[in-house]
Design a protein around this ligand. Structure first.
Ligand code: ATP
Ligand code: MG
Length: 173
């Protein structure tokens, strides 16, 4: 097998897609590899991982998202921001600066129709050989699942949220 990097997809409606990707980022960084993380959605939480990972010399993390689309004042804004984030992702992927690139919640952006699975596959085909890419988010596109090397579907058995417990700092964000 000539290809060195892996394409990994973490999908499904259970908890653990983003945190598994971040765990892999730590694993790679611990080996001295260079890691880029782009988070495609900006919620209203103070995500703990951003504080922890930004301090790591081998990890570059950025979050580019318009937040929740239904809250946007200008209806064209979410698409514009998503396209901007995708341009950054492509630039990082092609830069050959990284061994691992995490595209967190990219599946969400695809689901909204802002980026097509074909665009992603085209980028993955043209990427530097050493680069591994992890794509997370519910509802991964079939084309992406077929193209990836490793796909995990998180299945929710139960989640405290359904019992009415609020999102917990340090666990959910
Ligand atoms: P995590 O970031 O904890 O690994 P995730 O990436 O798998 O979760 P997302 O779909 O990105 O999950 O969900 C965003 C938020 O919702 C996170 O705070 C996450 O912990 C929480 N969450 C994940 N799965 C569930 C679920 N089945 N029910 C309720 N909340 C969930
Ligand atoms: Mg997530």
């Amino acid at each position: 097998m000539a290809r060195e990097g892996r394409i990994i997809v973490n999908t499904g409606d259970g908890k653990g897609k983003t945190t598994a990707a971040l765990g892999t980022a730590l694993r790679a960084a611990g080996h001295g590899m260079q890691v880029g993380i782009i988070q495609f959605i900006k919620g209203d939480f103070n995500y703990g991982e951003a504080y922890a990972l930004q301090a790591h010399p081998n990890i570059q993390l950025t979050r580019i998202g318009s937040g929740f689309t239904w809250l946007a004042e200008d209806p064209a804004e979410p698409r514009r921001v998503a396209r901007e984030a995708w341009a950054v992702a492509r630039e990082w992927a092609m830069s050959d600066r990284y061994d691992l690139l995490v595209l967190d919640e990219l599946n969400y952006v695809v689901g909204e129709g802002y980026v097509s699975p074909q665009e992603i596959i085209e980028m993955l085909r043209g990427r530097p050989k050493r680069l591994s890419v992890i794509i997370t988010g519910r509802g991964a596109a079939t084309e992406l699942i077929e193209f990836a090397d490793t796909v995990t579907e998180m299945r929710s058995v139960k989640h405290a949220f359904a019992e009415g417990l609020p999102a917990k700092k340090g666990i959910e964000y």
